[in-house]
Structure formats: C-alpha cells, structure tokens
Design a binder for this molecule. Structure first.
Ligand code: FPP
Length: 243
C-alpha cells in the first residue's frame, strides 16, 4: 500500500487470520502436507512484518485448533515443530522484534502443548509484554468454545468463592476472562482457501467483525492480498446494530 493510500483509509485495529489451504497447496505440487505448512509459516512471518510496517495494532493467527489433534501424528508434529522453530527464532532475534515493538501473546489451552514450547511461550510473553507497536497473538490449540468455557469456569470460581454475585455477571466479566482479555475485538477476519466458515475461531469476539474471503491458498497469500482485504474493509459501513 502506498503512503497516500494508507493515509486515506481507516485501518482495522485488529485483524484475525485463518491460515488455511496449506495442505491443498502442497498436494497441487505433489509435496507432503507438512511442506505446505512450512511455506505457510514463511507467509505468516512476512505478513507479521508487513502488518507492523503499515501500523496494524493487533494480529491473531489461527495456527492449530483444539480439533486439529485429529490429524495424523506426523502432521501434528510437523506443525508443532514449525511453531517451536518460530518461537526459537523469535528468541534469537529478540533485538529485531523489540525494535519493531512486537508483543507476542499465546492464546489457547497451553496445558496440552509440549513443555519446552510452553516455556518458550512464557519467556517470549514476559519479555515482550511492554512492547506496544503491534501485538501478535498465536492461536495454537485454540478453540473459541473452549475459550468461552474457560472464561465461564473462571467466573464460576469467583461465584463459588463468594466474590461475585451471579446477578452481577456482565458481558465484561466474560470478556475479561477470555484469552484475548484487554485486546480489541477483531475488526476484520480473513479466511483464504475458498472456505466460508469461522471454524471455532474467535467466535465470541467476532460478533461484529467484517469478513474477507478469498480463493488464494495461504502459502500464496501476499502483502498485496492483505492490502486488498484492508481496502475492502475500509469501504464497509459498520453499524454495530445501529442505523
Ligand atoms: C490449515 O491448512 C493450516 C493449519 C492447520 C496449520 C497452520 C500452521 C502453520 C502455518 C505453521 C505453524 C505456525 C506458526 C505460528 C509459525 P490445512 O492443512 O487445513 O489446509 P487444507 O484445508 O488445504 O488441507
């Protein structure tokens, strides 16, 4: 996007991206599915950098859902390895990410993840907590229903302890106990690969999100595609239930 285009549009504050189509991309080339994920991880890095460059405040990438454990063990392992590689790299390139003002957050249920990955996540989250140019949320072992359940359990614990009256529970209480607590709801959700569904991604937070779909497979997604999605978004008339 040119500087002029950028100055003329309202940018979404938070963009959610469902990185879909890696398997089909690999199949089209006669490659293993894991090769598609590998390429997808490269695109993830490039889109992070580009979004930071144009001034997006928050990005959430759906990398692995609570349902993805059903995939063959070698594919699950390949995705976890790519995630691990990225976390290692982020640690190694700490200075570079700090200079970009990048805050890295994990969203999902970390209990089922390998211990070394959980440790890497905690270190990166702690290190980057005060950075404020862009927040990158990594949704791994993430499910929207699971997240709502988690929030409800937190609230129920407060009720059981006598700290909260059931009549006083508000939408804000639910928000505050989601993995995304304190972050703006996604303004724009992008799903490539020709699928038209949310697949349990940010289902609570997406109540008023705008959607952008495309047939492009995630490994082929470029910064030009992100521009197109953002420009389309900027032309939408958001009413949030009003007139
Ligand atoms: C969906 O495509 C993609 C995934 C389930 C995995 C996405 C993971 C990465 C891009 C890499 C690891 C992540 C990080 C954070 C570095 P699909 O396999 O369902 O594609 P298909 O529908 O064509 O089969």
């Amino acid at each position: 996007m040119t500087k002029e285009e950028l100055s003329n549009i309202i940018l979404p504050r938070h963009i959610g991206i469902i990185m879909d189509g890696n398997g089909r991309w690999a199949k089209q080339r006669g490659l293993k599915r894991s090769e598609g994920h590998k390429e997808g991880a490269k695109v993830f890095r490039a889109i992070c950098d580009y979004a930071a460059e144009i001034g997006i405040e928050c990005l959430t990438f759906y990398a692995f859902s609570t349902e993805n454990w059903k995939r063959p063990a070698d594919e699950v392992e390949a995705i976890m390895n790519l995630f691990r590689d990225y976390l290692f790299e982020a640690q190694e390139r700490e200075e570079e990410n700090d200079a970009k003002g990048m805050r890295i957050r994990y969203i999902g249920d970390r209990n089922a993840l390998p211990e070394d990955i959980v440790n890497l996540i905690s270190q990166l989250e702690a290190h980057s907590a005060e950075k404020n140019h862009i927040t990158v949320n990594l949704a791994v072992n993430y499910g929207g229903r699971d997240e709502i359940l988690h929030s409800v359990k937190e609230i129920a614990t407060k009720v059981a302890a006598g700290e909260l009256n059931p009549e006083d529970i508000t939408l804000k209480n639910i928000d505050e106990n989601l993995y995304t607590a304190g972050q703006p709801d996604p303004d724009l959700i992008i799903r490539p690969s020709g699928e038209y569904r949310l697949s349990n991604f940010l289902i609570w937070q997406a109540a008023y999100s705008e959607f952008w779909f495309s047939d492009i497979l995630w490994p082929d997604f470029t910064s030009d595609d992100l521009d197109k999605a953002i420009i389309d978004y900027s032309k939408r008339n958001r009413r949030f239930g009003g007139v």
